[in-house]
Design a protein around this ligand. Sequence first.
Ligand code: 4NP
Length: 152
Amino acid sequence: MVCLGNICRSPLAEGILKEKVIKRGLDWEIDSAGTGYWHVGEPPDRRSVQIAREYGLDISTQRARQFDALDFVGYDLILAMDESNRRDILQLATSESDRQKVKLLLDFLPAHFGSNVPDPYYDDNGFQFVFQLIEDACEKLVEYYLTQGQLN
Ligand code: 4NP
């Protein structure tokens, strides 16, 4: 799960998907990162921690890290929160196989195909909407890979 700062959106996505995967007993490794370096080592934004807590998730122990080309080796699927994140990730790809791994998270939600998860950093009221959007997309993602997809 990749956004810009790895403090608002992708920590929520990491926490939400991890919970779903654990509940279903799936052996998937989930992590998040930011394309930028500014917040490396920091915990998630307090507003993300708060909204996650309201939905019963504790994301407070996560620490921001920067997306790295080695993530193409370690992961089968790389989900960008928005189009600019996707562009930055693709800059680091070195093969067609790398490029195939990169998708927009919201491409798993038919009604939001091709859309960005809005950046809530400057909008205190945006976190609830962002949580719900990520939650819906993660549910569809899990269903997709359980029913028809293969992570290659
Ligand atoms: P995120 O949000 O990419 O969802 O973690 C942001 C966090 C920090 C900044 C921008 C977006 N920033 O400019 O510092």
